[in-house]
Write a protein that binds this ligand. Sequence first.
Ligand SMILES: [Zn+2]
Length: 328
Amino acid sequence: MLKFTFLGTSSGTPTRHRNVSGLAVQTVLNADWFLVDCGEGTQHRLLQTPLSLHDLAAVFITHVHGDHCYGLPGLLASAGMGKRTKPLKLVAPLPVWQWFEATRALTDLHLPYEVEHVDVEDQALVYEVPGVRVERHVLSHRVPSHAYRVQVETRRSRLKTDALKATGLPPGPAWRALQQGEDVHFEGALMRSADFADTQLDTAIAVLGGDNAAPALLHGACQGAQLLVHEATYTQEALDKVGAGPMHSSARLVAEAAQAAAVPNLVLTHFSARHQNDEGMAALLAETRAHYSGHAFLANDLDVFALDSAGTLTAALAPERTKKGDDR
Ligand SMILES: [Zn+2]
């Protein structure tokens, strides 16, 4: 299971109802969570969620543009003032790390925890802990930009209780050990977990894009994935007017790529301020649905989406969403 909380869904600049990019990712494995991009003000959005900076295990930055990383020093400083001690991994392009190091040195910032930089250019597998793997995939933008493919594996194990009872092994710690995959000694015999528990491995995979003019680049990354989160800064009509300069995607481009890759769920984000009204959002959604037959959503700030390993995406939309329009 993967859970996503959108902390910012506006492109470039914040607007009244949308902050700049930030996406919190949780697994069911433990309390640890991850942050993908950290635009200015991300820590303020986090205050509106139950997420704690103590449990933030890693920050993944997609690219060096300010609307994706200017919130980083403030958020990490606040975590330090909250007396966080757990080390934190920062997966980011080298310039983001150099900028953070300079800010730390020049602003007398002393963090009570270690920040370890992982250079996103160095290797494809940028993060791995038991049950979680994150790979980066290269995108096309004005600066080097990356997507993160997050894979979470959970074990589900059911004890064969009738068979266990027949052995005379009393219920308790030994049963739990067998369920967790450990073998157990009982009355001189070895009892194998594989014989007394049915174990199933569940896998949830999501591809989380950064700014990108060519969503088809993610075709390979999307194989096996149940969700693509991608920027759709413009409608195709607006993109045609703006031209190729900004190197962003239209809803149509993303929808076509998601359709070609057969990803069952698509969440679009990072919308241009010009589309942030009821009419604009309706146009983005209609364009997406015209070119994509899976489940499509346009994210709003503080929307929460849960992805289970069966590939079902459930949306818990932000409570204010029904009360306000999308006007800026
Ligand atoms: Zn951006």
